[in-house]
Design a protein around this ligand. Structure first.
Ligand code: PA5
Length: 465
């Protein structure tokens, strides 16, 4: 049994005047059918698929030999090194972190018994805070560390800066052939990291091995591409992850939109966004191991759809800890949000409270967890607040693959409904251009440079206390 999407609480028969009516669905259906037809047309055309950045829909079906190559790399790395350091940002950090937390045991790095002879895994290159990288490089042994740098462009400041330092650290600690301890995942043809790979390989063919970040697959949609090496190194069954994604794709290819879980997710949220001003999207898994997956979704939704002065604002939370935090606002704050719960039916382990302890006696943690989620849904409905639940039978590779693909398909479809390009991120360029201008990076367009020069931030000392 795979994932299920329960959207009963999105309707007016539960959420009252704040819910979706049957008429709302009937009204949006023609538009949804057009959006579906448009997506299907792009997906069926290999050239358009790459051109319009929808190649990721094909990732669940990738060639066996490509997977074997990735697994071979992983095996070689895991046999030889105690640590693997991944450098990347955006999807190339969040996807890895989401997978690591969902699919590996908590405290994986701390305990040998949990790693089962596999290397420790560290994720960096996603921030310019010097403290974390400093601490890590001071404590890792460069001779025992393999580095995977992930960047499509090779130009992203955070990852590029971290890699420059890591290279110096590796060369110093591991010697001139340090490049044999580096693998790059980058654009197959262009970009500065690809150029670097080519240059280093000319010097030493065994150095800077590489894997492609495929054309038509944007960073936040690339977990089933660039994320596979990490999964293999962490000992996750890649075939299971892809099988889960594939099954979700098949379920979401249904002719009937009302039977398509990802499209229904997008459609109902769009109705509530347009008609009931529900502009906040809170994703709240009731599982600590899925919190990073909620963080991954924040990037997916925000970077894909926050455009043209529209788009729901995503927030990640988790149950039950955030029931003592954001939940108050969810239930009694402004009625401008939709909470999506992820409910896990079966946890990997179980804890039972012993007898002779008041009303909790004999109850298990997972029972309490499920009850808390049900209670939250009830509390929201009782205050006319729409919400929905993704039911995950258990957190495993198959269901996690399906979950990510569910969100990716829903986001692509929501982009069609909002009439925005879900696959670019022009808003991110503003801060980059400003930094590049101040840093004197060559190649900034004249108009952009002029705008930055002529519109400085006004700093009145009176307003700094
Ligand atoms: O989703 C995206 O495309 C972005 O968030 C990128 O992943 C991020 O900006 C990193 O880009 P790059 O892979 O070029 O370093």
């Amino acid at each position: 049994m795979g994932l299920k999407f329960d959207f009963n609480n999105m309707f007016d028969f539960n959420a009252q005047e704040h819910g979706v009516s049957r008429q709302d669905i009937d009204e949006i259906l023609p538009e949804a059918q057009k959006a579906d037809a448009h997506l299907k047309k792009i997906i069926a055309d290999p050239v358009e698929r790459v051109k319009l950045s929808l190649e990721w829909v094909k990732l669940p079906e990738q060639k066996k030999e490509d997977i074997v190559k990735i697994k071979n790399f992983a095996r070689q790395i895991s046999r030889k090194y105690e640590n693997v350091l991944f450098l990347g940002i955006g999807g190339s950090y969040l996807g890895l972190k989401a997978a690591q937390d969902a699919l590996r045991a908590p405290y994986y790095n701390e305990f040998k018994s949990l790693r089962k002879k596999l290397p420790r895994i560290y994720l960096e290159g996603n921030n310019l805070d010097p403290d974390t990288l400093t601490a890590l490089l001071k404590n890792l042994n460069p001779k025992k560390t393999f580095v995977v740098v992930i960047s499509k462009s090779g130009e992203t400041t955070e990852t590029k800066a971290a890699f420059i330092l890591v290279e110096v650290w590796l060369r110093k600690g591991a010697g001139a052939k340090y490049g044999r301890q580096v693998l790059a995942i980058t654009d197959p043809e262009s970009g500065s990291l690809r150029k670097k790979v080519e240059l280093e390989q000319k010097k030493d063919i065994l150095s800077f091995q590489s894997l492609p970040l495929l054309k038509g697959v944007g960073g936040r949609f690339s977990e089933f591409n660039m994320g596979l090496l990490h999964l293999a190194i962490a000992g996750v069954d890649i075939a299971e992850v892809l099988a889960g994604a594939k099954e979700m794709f098949e379920r979401c290819s249904s002719e009937d939109i009302l039977k398509n879980p990802a499209y229904m997710y997008a459609l109902l949220h769009t109705i509530l966004y347009r008609k009931k001003a529900k502009s906040l999207a809170i994703l709240m898994p009731f599982s600590q191991t899925l919190k990073s997956t909620a963080d991954w979704y924040v990037q997916l939704l925000a970077e894909s759809l926050g455009k043209n002065n529209q788009g729901r604002t995503p927030i990640s939370a988790s149950g039950t800890n955030d029931l003592h935090s954001i939940q108050q606002n969810n239930v009694e704050g402004e009625n401008n949000k939709v909470v999506t719960f992820i409910r896990v039916e079966k946890f990997k382990t179980e804890l039972k409270i012993p007898a002779k302890h008041d009303f909790l006696s004999g109850k298990s943690f997972s029972e309490l967890m499920r009850l808390a989620q049900e209670a939250c849904a009830w509390a929201l409905v009782s205050r006319s607040r729409p919400n929905c639940t993704i039911i995950m039978p258990e957190v495993n590779a198959y269901n996690w693959g399906a979950l990510l693909f569910f969100f990716e398909l829903a986001t692509a479809f929501e982009g069609e409904l909002l009439k925005v390009n879900a696959f670019d991120q022009p808003g991110v360029e503003g801060y980059k251009n400003y930094m590049y201008y101040k840093l004197g990076k060559p190649g900034i367009p004249q108009a952009v440079a002029e705008e930055i020069k002529n519109k400085p931030l006004i700093k009145n000392p009176e307003y700094i206390l």
